[in-house]
Design a protein around this ligand. Structure first.
Ligand code: RUB
Ligand code: MG
Length: 467
């Protein structure tokens, strides 16, 4: 049929020639459609088309058609190439998602449609910001290297006054922790006004820095109803006198939106932009047949310029997640080159003038390792933030599945549920990390480290009770 003629080309000569954003979907057709028909409908609706062929097409508009270029019937997979000239100029991530995970997720023609992986061509990467301030900058500020950055989320999630909130921050920092984040709903509640929260956190941080001689970071939720309020929150933090480097801006990127993420990245290139992802489960959970993967979400966060995004605990914590999903996503955003579920993505920005010189213009680059170590011209890394039901006992098991320590971890209950309170909870976390670094089993290390011993007893028992 004409839909298939226009939107399917199983002989597309070179999908990696730089003109396309490539994608892989898991697709199960709905109703009476076969895979190819459903795939053609998906390609049409997510690029130039609609359900009927329209008379207003032009010869140019047809060159913007997305093309189904590969199908695997057994695995129910469909590969689609999107000419990236479709997308809004100016590095707009929101616009891409409007196409490729837009109307198509609601179409009758599909019973299952999940975007599993995407590949950005080097020429496309050049158009997007990527991160500016990275975890490496945060490490420099904190003077913390070769171990995870140890953080907490203040709990209870809501209900503390600004002074009580700041006291919890102080306790965590005084106990040796590096990083505190607002829980994502923390905003301007009547019982905890934003301006007072900021002021008290500043005092708590100053005190903790004075007493410990260590730098500390606080990540403030700046998500808000509108642009002006979001910016006011950022400015309030900056004007409260915090040292540059000691504050991050947290944006709940799915509920607040990609425009908010990119606004922060562009306005505040010298601030760590912390992407929290509340609601992602609606799209990412494997049992949901519709949506997109954690890897796809994470890759777009990097493209948009988030300094870090939550990537999940790979099943070690309380959220559903697996190493296949969460660790692949974490590696996908922290390295310059990584194997995704289907595509190898090399995150290299190639200056216009160099392209010919290194012969990448029309070459198949998807399977090449391009200038891997040449990080100065690569798109900068985006830091995995690992959180959700972790506690000191689970630090090492997580590092083992992650395979590296280049991440920020935030443990809420894992710190504040410690029988001795937040400060001892922080010490237990630091001790668990020390034990890992020294290669000593935490059980053994806990002899002589009282706070860790208490944490082991409490959290081991608590997780047994929860079984
Ligand atoms: C975790 C928490 C975060 C979740 C989000 O608190 O408040 O919002 O980590 O999940 P706690 P994810 O440490 O007490 O469980 O990181 O998977 O997006
Ligand atoms: Mg939270």
């Amino acid at each position: 049929n004409s839909k298939q003629e226009a939107y399917v080309n199983l002989e597309l000569p070179d999908p990696t020639n730089g003109e396309y954003l490539l994608s892989v979907f898991h697709l199960v057709p709905g109703g009476k459609f076969n895979v190819l028909q459903a795939a053609a409908e998906v390609a049409a609706e997510s690029s130039t088309g609609t359900n009927f062929k329209v008379n207003t097409e032009t010869s140019f508009s047809k060159t913007m058609n997305a093309l189904v270029y590969q199908i695997d019937l057994e695995r129910e997979l469909v590969w689609i190439a999107y000419p990236w000239r479709l997308f809004d100029r100016g590095g707009n991530v929101q616009n891409i998602l409007t196409y490729i995970v837009g109307n198509i997720l609601g179409m009758k023609e599909v019973a299952a449609l999940k975007l599993l992986d995407v590949w950005f061509s080097p020429s496309m990467l050049e158009q997007y910001d990527g991160p500016s301030y990275t975890v490496d900058d945060m490490r420099k500020y904190l003077d913390v290297y070769e171990r995870p950055i140890l953080g907490t989320i203040v709990k209870p999630k809501m209900g503390l006054t600004s002074a009580e909130y700041a006291e919890v921050c102080y306790d965590f920092w005084a106990g040796g922790g590096d990083f505190v984040k607002n829980d994502e709903p923390q905003a301007n509640q009547d019982f905890c006004p934003y301006d007072k929260m900021v002021k008290h956190v500043k005092e708590a941080m100053d005190k903790a820095v004075r007493e410990t001689g260590q730098k500390k970071v606080h990540s403030f939720n700046v998500s808000a109803a509108d642009f002006d309020t979001m910016i006011q929150r950022c400015e309030m933090i900056i004007n409260a006198g915090f040292e540059p480097g000691s504050y991050a801006f947290l944006i709940d990127g799915i509920t607040a939106g990609w425009t908010a993420v990119q606004t922060l990245r562009r306005r505040y290139p010298n601030v760590f932009i912390h992407f929290h992802r509340a609601a992602h489960g609606a799209f990412t959970r494997p049992e949901n047949p519709l949506g997109f993967s954690v890897l796809v979400l994470s890759k777009f966060a990097r493209l948009a310029g988030a300094s870090g995004i939550h990537t999940g605990t790979a099943g070690v914590g309380k959220m559903k997640g697996t190493p296949e999903e969460d660790v692949v996503a974490a590696h996908g955003i922290q390295y310059l080159s990584s194997e995704g579920h289907f595509f190898k993505q090399a995150w290299t920005k190639i200056p216009e003038t160099d392209k010919d010189a290194i012969g990448l213009v029309n070459e198949d680059v998807a399977h090449h390792v391009i200038l891997e170590d040449d990080s100065w011209r690569g798109m900068k890394k985006c830091c995995p933030i690992v959180s959700g039901g972790l506690n000191p006992v689970r630090l090492k098991p997580f590092i083992d599945v992650m395979g590296n320590v280049d991440f920020i971890t935030t443990m809420g209950s894992g710190v504040h549920a410690h029988p001795g309170g937040t400060q001892l909870g922080a010490r237990a976390l630091v001790q668990a990390c020390d034990a890992y670094l020294k290669g000593i089993d935490i059980q053994e290390y806990s002899r002589g480290h009282e706070e860790l011993a208490q944490a082991i007893e409490y959290f081991a028992k608590a997780s047994k009770d929860a079984m």
